[in-house]
Design a protein around this ligand. Sequence first.
Ligand code: ADP
Ligand code: MG
Length: 307
Amino acid sequence: MSDAIQITGLRKTYAAQGNAPAKEALKGVDLNIRAGSIFGLLGPNGAGKSTLINILAGLVNKTAGRVTIWGFDQDVNPRQSRAAIGVMPQELNMDPFFTPRASLEVQAGLYGVPKAERWTDELLELVGLTGQANAYARALSGGMKRRLLLAKALVHRPQILVLDEPTAGVDITLREMLWSNVRKLNDQGMTIILTTHYLEEAEQMCDEIAIINHGQVVIRQNTRDLLSRTDGKTLVLDTGGPVTLPDLPPGARAERRPDGRLAITYPPSRLRADQLLDALRGAGIPILDVATEQPDLEDVFVELTRD
Ligand code: ADP
Ligand code: MG
């Protein structure tokens, strides 16, 4: 199995409701997700990320297109395709009267996991809820609820785990715990798909990234190639005091930073740092210190989702 998920021509239009007009949330998405990868689905608010994920999860009906999960066409083999995927939703929706243990048992029942194959205790342990196993869900903190949602997504041992904004608004401890769990599961072979708007997180966690905007995939690349897309580096110089902005080789531009340093942005494909530094020395500009800045995913993201 090379692709965990294959999506072709996926469209979703939410019907008009009251005063709200119909909304075309996905406008023909094609996407393959390699088995065994950690795949990041990024995009601004309203881009269509949750819609896509909820279609994968079988929670939202698509308007058109084809979705194949772990080799099973969602329309032909709905049961098998659903069994291959576990979803940790963005919303904290849970029954306040169930204990974590009961929640996991009910969820396992929904997925038809036989009693002998359940791994409730291990799951509670995995997400650090052993001590709260028998507490009412309404007594759990927000972080504990999220951990329970992760455990629920795993009851049927899916091949693919989908996390929709798993770290939005969670504290650093929980975030680290989530990521170490995700890495552990991925090391064991699980394919991970996540949405996040923390770009630094995506940069560190994901092998491959798709950026979606207005219901369309604007780019899909492995993370390293995506980061090398923006042809811009910046030299930041301490000139020891105000200087007249010099004439620079074509392609480079200078800007004074609020802290007084001089920032020179240039395309490394066409200019070398030593050419720039020569030009500056030639103009009599003192260089007391130099730092360099590389573009990060944030820059790529802004460039690609600019309207
Ligand atoms: P994201 O997760 O990227 O923020 P969503 O998939 O939640 O984006 O939303 C995509 C678009 O579809 C948005 O304009 C949103 O308002 C709209 N939308 C989402 N869910 C519904 C729904 N149940 N009914 C109507 N419109 C919806
Ligand atoms: Mg969302």
